[in-house]
Ligand binder design. Structure first.
Ligand code: FO1
Length: 322
């Protein structure tokens, strides 16, 4: 709990993928007044596995906001067991994607609700209420969008690239299958329109934030949103804190730098947050820049970074409606 200050009555929308974005979202939830945080989550990592619909980023955000995530990995549940996984191996099922027993109950229930015709938004809202999470967690869209990774070894569904192949194949390009038919949900559009601040979390720009931005109408909704937009760099000192962002940048012929992230999001951002390790780059960032310690080692660091990001964001000159 953020004991040092009173909760901020600031409506924040955070765009998030998995672990990095979820950690900042948990920090924002600590410092904002209850109900003032909305997290818009990437669903491009979703896939069908064991006959179930798995939504890793939605679950990672849910578990982090509920405080029940595995602190070592950032994803999956704490105090987890893998009895089902062990038995699945006996039956020749796929075991490269480690689904724990507690986690499995959620996938079973979500798949059942999807079959009953509930939307992913409705399902996610039921789950966050069951964990008494005060923040809204919104899938970017209700339609299925699947990130396809085009590599030098062929096309791989995202989890097969990310987990099964541990990101080894060389990235050539990315596509978001089903994206054309997707639309931002009414809840997402309303949250963006009402936000006092929009935060692009420290997530992988290519496979966590781009799928969100690629939903037709999403970029325009963000651009016309009245609140300032602040990005937080997922690259610190030439490396990604988690995941393949740096390797992807290199394979896409980009510099491994916060500057690449700023360029990538172009005119969507009003301000940018970089780590003190990259302080020398601050003058090269074409946006107002906050230089601070962005390494979220624990809950307190998450809350401190969140507080600084919010204060920085609210200090930015708000562009006239673009
Ligand atoms: N990531 C891994 O590297 N290995 C796994 O076995 C794995 C299992 C897993 C199960 C549930 C879940 O919600 C996430 C899981 N992840 C695993 C992480 C996941 O692949 C990534 O967090 C996202 O897809 C990218 O952010």
């Amino acid at each position: 709990m953020n004991t040092s200050r009173s909760p901020l009555p600031v409506r924040v929308v955070a765009l998030s993928g998995g672990v990095g974005g979820a950690r900042l979202a948990a920090g924002l939830q600590q410092i904002l007044a209850a109900g003032h945080l909305t997290v818009v989550v990437n669903t491009g990592d979703d896939f069908e596995h064991w006959g179930l619909t798995i939504c890793p980023d939605l679950d990672t955000v849910l578990y982090n906001l509920a405080g029940i995530h595995n602190p070592e990995t950032g994803w999956g549940r704490a105090d987890e067991s893998f009895q089902v996984l062990e038995e699945m191996e006996r039956y020749g099922g796929e075991v490269w994607f480690r689904l724990g027993d507690r986690d499995l109950a959620l996938h079973l229930r979500r798949t059942e609700w999807l079959r009953q015709g509930l939307s992913l938004t409705e399902i996610t809202d039921r789950l966050r209420h069951m964990w008494a999470v005060p923040s809204r967690i919104l899938p970017m869209c209700n339609e299925p969008v699947r990130t396809l990774v085009h590599t030098d070894e062929g096309d791989l569904p995202f989890q097969h690239y990310f987990v099964r192949r541990r990101c080894e194949p060389t990235l050539v390009a990315l596509s978001f299958v089903g994206g054309e038919q997707a639309r931002p949900t009414p809840d997402v559009l309303e949250a963006l329109a009402e936000a006092d601040l929009i935060v692009f979390g420290p997530s992988n720009p290519y496979v966590s934030l781009d799928p969100i931005l690629s939903v037709p109408g999403m970029r325009a909704a963000i651009q016309r949103a009245p609140g300032p937009k602040v990005g937080v760099s997922p690259i610190v000192g030439g490396r990604a804190l988690k995941g393949p962002a740096a390797k992807m940048m290199r394979e896409l012929g980009e510099l491994i730098s916060p500057l690449t992230v700023v360029d990538h999001f172009g005119d969507l951002l009003d301000g940018f947050v970089i780590d003190q390790e990259d302080a020398a780059l601050a003058d090269a960032v074409i946006l107002p820049t906050l230089v601070t310690d962005t390494i979220m080692v624990d809950g307190q660091a998450q809350a401190r970074l969140a507080q600084e990001v919010v204060e920085f964001g609210l200090s930015l000159p708000v562009h006239p409606q673009r």
